[in-house]
Design a protein around this ligand. Structure first.
Ligand SMILES: O=P(O)(O)O[C@@H]1C[C@H](O)[C@@H](CO)O1
Length: 291
């Protein structure tokens, strides 16, 4: 456990932030989207936008990573009310794990029922290619193995139970929907599914680490998403997550390849249009009680 990191936000703090946002906009989002590195264009799909810089939102942390704009955008996607984080928070930015996941609880208090989490990740599965989109079917939570779990610390039952189940973390219906939509859109060649492993970052993995992760059953490796998924599930939000494979993890000592953030952002731009179409089509088909 990391007691010093238990300076998370209380239910009342989260409620104050959600109420502040609800007072600024009439949009009542049922879907929340989190944009991964270089995937901020997803927010631009929203119509009738009402956007807030993170620095202006009470209690919100700030984005410090290139490729994460730091804006919370409300709007509609083909008539469906949504909220989109154009930029997320990562452990390696130095925030306690409870702070990087705070937006999920605010989403809950805004009325969000489903989150779509996106990330850029390194491919470990030898069948994956750069540019593939991996539907997350499960995760390996490496910081969690060491006790760094966003739910560590006092549990507030108003959010969820002390010991939430994670064997159903990633909604299977939504995975199937993504597959179906991907097929219809002609994405079958680059649509995969697999297990995402989160590490703390910010250093990319060594060759030995990548080989170990492959043996553990990970198909992709990254530095985010899992913490958000845990907090979202804890408070009863349905979770769908996908990884854009932006680079192949290096597993060979003869390889000349070196992972780098610029390449990650560049691959995001190349797949932006298809990702936007996949996500927006999914949103129009997710069943909610839209007012
Ligand atoms: O926010 P995501 O998980 O998409 O960002 C990935 C992990 C690191 O933040 C960064 C490395 O390039 O991209």
């Amino acid at each position: 456990m990391f007691p010093e990191s238990n300076s998370g936000y209380s239910y009342e703090d989260c409620k104050a932030t959600a109420d502040w946002l609800l007072a600024q906009t009439d949009i009542r989002p049922a879907v929340g989207v989190v944009c991964g590195s270089g995937l901020g264009g997803l927010a631009d799909m929203l119509k009738d936008q009402v956007a807030f810089n993170y620095k202006d939102i009470p209690n919100f942390p700030q984005s410090t990573v290139h490729g994460h704009a730091g804006r919370l955008v409300f709007g509609t996607l083909k008539g469906r009310p949504c909220v989109c984080m154009q930029g997320r928070f990562h452990l390696y930015e130095g925030y306690p794990i409870q702070k990087i996941t705070l937006p999920m609880r605010i989403f809950k208090l805004l009325g969000v029922e489903t989150v779509i989490l996106t990330n850029a990740a390194g491919g470990l599965n030898q069948d994956f290619k750069v540019g593939d989109i991996m539907i997350m079917k499960d995760h390996l939570n490496m910081p969690g193995f060491a006790g760094n779990n966003p739910l560590a610390g006092p549990n507030d039952e108003r959010f969820g139970v002390r010991f939430p189940c994670m064997s159903d973390a990633y909604d299977r219906e939504l995975q199937q929907l993504a597959m179906d939509v991907g097929q219809e859109l002609g994405y079958a060649d680059f649509l995969k599914e697999g297990v995402y492993c989160v590490l703390g970052g910010p250093s990319f993995e060594t060759i030995a680490e990548c080989r170990m992760l492959q043996k553990l059953g990970a198909d992709a490796v990254g530095m985010s998403t899992v913490h958000e998924a845990i907090v979202a599930r804890h408070c009863g939000i349905r979770v769908f997550a996908l990884s854009l494979i932006t680079n192949q993890a290096v597993t060979d000592y003869d390889s000349e390849e070196k992972a780098n953030h610029e390449e990650v952002l560049q691959i995001g731009k190349l797949r932006a249009e298809q990702l936007e179409r996949l996500v927006s089509t999914m949103v129009t088909r997710i069943e909610h009680n839209f007012a």
